[in-house]
Design a protein around this ligand. Structure first.
Ligand code: CO
Length: 151
């Protein structure tokens, strides 16, 4: 495994649309492992999208305290409710803001073995799914901030 450098705000790569992964192979699994290592290295990182380490593939890692999720080609398939949440991002050091997100989401993805999975989440995990999947389309949370916070 290897630590990757996190790309920060201002780099145009954060605005690019990431490509679908056709085959979940050892190369993809190695990238996911590097992403996880990089996320854990930055203690407060709850999630990381591949574009944040300069790789334009639809890959996401998330750990909101209930274990590591490695997601390939994740997409939101259902949402319900909406509420205000506080977000930050490893690519936006020391920036925090309030964003309106769905309360519940269901996503579909492939796991690291290439198997299709469906996950439903609410609260912080739902927020994290939305934030990371937005990254895959070049959308960053500051696009959606309704109020910045001094935290
Ligand atoms: Co982010």
């Amino acid at each position: 495994m290897a630590l990757r450098t996190i790309i920060v705000n201002g780099d145009p790569i954060l605005r690019k649309k990431s490509r679908q992964v056709d085959q979940v192979d050892d190369r993809i699994r190695a990238i996911l492992n590097d992403m996880a290592e990089t996320m854990y290295h930055h203690g407060n990182g709850a999630g990381l999208a591949a574009c944040q380490v300069g790789i334009l593939k639809r890959l996401v890692v998330i750990d909101m305290g209930d274990g590591l999720l490695k997601l390939v080609n994740p997409k939101v398939v259902e949402t319900s409710g909406s509420h205000e949440v506080i977000e930050g991002c490893l690519s936006f050091p020391n920036v925090w803001g309030i964003v309106v997100r769905p309360e519940k989401v269901t996503i579909e993805a492939l796991n690291e073995n290439g198997e299709k999975i469906t996950l439903s989440a609410e609260g912080d995990l739902a927020k994290c799914f939305c934030h990371e999947i937005d990254h895959l389309d070049g959308i960053v949370f500051t696009d959606k901030v309704i109020k910045y916070l001094d935290l």
